[in-house]
Ligand binder design. Structure first.
Ligand SMILES: [Zn+2]
Length: 515
């Protein structure tokens, strides 16, 4: 069996999804989960892009011990320097250099002649070699590049010291057969190609990202890049969980394996979906809610007699378990701490104490506290706190079918000042959001609003997800509460706080640039 390396770019390409802005605590949690899942390489960000990105990559590199952590870099020295500063504390520092190689990109974007592109690529690899033991080199828009040119530039970067060669289908244009042929062509036409490993990076614009990745494996690729749940730019990247499970289920055909712990697939998918606010479609392969549901009578009958009649993947393989532990009013701190650990979260003693208070409050109102409830509380405690910005003190909403809905909100800002406002709206959520907008003293455009219950039952927690745009910045936010209006308010504040956080980081960036 050939070993296929899994290169996860959920935190870089995935975070480029519209409206996704993860904070540092969220990025770290995803990185820890990716380590538990067993990916080989984590692309943690683009260190030169911003101070926030730099900090996140650095922290992740210093925290993660069982994966190689990498960061993206353009072919310029300042990017490579920033990447080294961010990555040098990692277990196996690795640089991901890229430059565009398609005529369209070289001409319009880079405004460089092909020979200038080769020169820039080679000198970047040579410069990076001074620092990094491993260099991955990517030909951006490789699939729309001229193949002899692609072979020529790859020959030169291998000579300069690149260790991994990535062939991205940046715009999601290629078909599986053509993609395979590119790998075959390069294998035949690049000198010393056997000294490097070949990598695939596919986008899903035509719905072929996973199929293309698997075709690359059949034609010599030993590394697959992608994201959890396939999130990413536009239609997203190849979904890594689908690639890994396809290799496992069809090992008879692919004769290739990954080191992923497939039991962690579902948990990773849930975590990424919740933290990014990007829902997983129910019919999605491997991790969708309905992926293991048998509806038709004939199918149900078959599965009851013998599972394999209609089930090629067992839910247990990817860590889907139907029984969830239930805690209740009489559960103590010890039981809570154990369950949090079993769910895979690392909380400080202070966080556990705060969580216990919230848990007790909830247990007074709700009979059974499920794992999903607990995860929602952990999220609030661990990721949704923006202490430097707005916090909700109280809300009051009046609604009646013959009344004008009215809301009163009290917030505190990061300095501890109290802000109180009131406003009306056509409905209670609108009244609430109009009032909050007054508190923020800025125009907030609500782009999306979703509500769901965390578990079943009339006493279930409500979870609201919103997407907003403020001053040209798009963010998403979430809020959990037993009441839908309180959850709505929290989600809105959470999303707007993320905007203020981004603005603050941008200001700091500018200060750094001026200095
Ligand atoms: Zn990409």
């Amino acid at each position: 069996m050939r070993k296929i390396n899994i290169f996860d770019t959920t935190l870089r390409d995935g975070e480029q999804s519209a409206g996704v802005n993860l904070n540092l605590a969220e990025k770290l949690e995803i990185a820890r989960q990716l380590e538990r899942l067993g990916v080989d390489i984590i692309e943690a960000g683009f260190p030169a892009a911003s101070k926030g990105d730099f900090q996140a990559v650095k922290q992740i590199a210093e925290t993660i011990r069982n994966c190689s952590v990498t960061g993206l870099s353009r072919s310029v020295q300042s990017d490579i320097d920033a990447a080294w500063e961010a990555l040098k504390g990692g277990a196996e520092p690795r640089l991901h250099l890229f430059i565009a190689t398609s005529p369209i990109h070289m001409h319009y974007k880079l405004r460089m002649r092909p020979e200038e592109v080769i020169e820039a690529a080679v000198s970047a690899v040579k410069y990076a070699k001074k620092y990094f033991p491993i260099i991955q080199w990517s030909a951006e828009d490789a699939c729309r590049s001229d193949l002899p040119f692609l072979a020529a530039i790859i020959t030169e970067v291998i000579k300069a010291g690149a260790n991994v060669i990535n062939i991205p289908d940046t715009v999601g244009y290629i078909t599986p057969k053509e993609y395979g042929e590119i790998f075959t062509y390069l294998t035949k036409n690049v000198q010393n190609i056997e000294k490097v490993s070949l990598s695939a990076h596919c986008h899903d614009d035509l719905g072929m990202a996973v199929a293309n990745s698997l075709a690359a494996i059949e034609h010599g690729a030993t590394q697959i890049e992608g994201t959890i749940n396939g999130i990413g730019e536009r239609a997203g990247n190849a979904a890594l969980e689908e690639v890994a499970v396809a290799l496992y289920i069809r090992k008879d055909y692919y004769q290739a394996t990954t080191r992923l712990n497939l039991q962690e697939v579902k948990r990773t998918s849930n975590l990424v979906s919740k933290l990014t606010g990007m829902p997983v479609p129910p019919n999605k392969a491997v991790v969708g809610k309905n992926a293991f549901a048998h509806e038709s009578g004939i199918h149900q009958d078959g599965v009851l007699k013998e599972k394999t009649t209609y089930e090629i993947i067992s839910p247990e393989l990817v860590g889907v378990h139907s029984n969830s532990m239930v805690l209740g009013k009489h559960s103590g701190r010890h039981a809570l701490r154990n369950r949090v650990a079993e769910l895979g979260y690392t909380l400080t003693e202070e966080e556990i104490n705060k969580l216990f208070v919230r848990f007790k409050e909830l247990a007074d109102k709700k009979k059974d506290i499920t794992d999903d409830d607990l995860v929602a509380l952990i999220f609030e405690e661990k990721f949704d706190q923006f202490k430097d910005f707005y916090q909700l003190s109280s809300i009051q909403v009046q609604y009646g079918t013959k009344q004008i809905p009215t809301a009163v909100v009290v917030l505190t800002d990061g300095k501890g000042n109290e802000i109180q406002e009131a406003a009306t709206g056509a409905g209670s959520v609108e009244a609430l959001y109009n009032t909050l907008e007054r508190c923020f003293q800025t125009t907030v455009k609500l782009l999306d609003y979703r509500i769901e219950s965390v578990s079943g039952g009339r006493d279930a927690l409500a979870q609201v997800f919103v997407k907003v745009r403020v001053n040209e910045i798009e963010t998403s936010g979430r809020g959990t509460a037993q009441d839908v209006l309180e959850a709505s308010a929290k989600a809105y504040i959470n999303a707007v706080n993320r905007v203020f956080m981004i603005e603050k980081m941008r200001e700091e960036n500018q200060k750094v640039a001026i200095n």
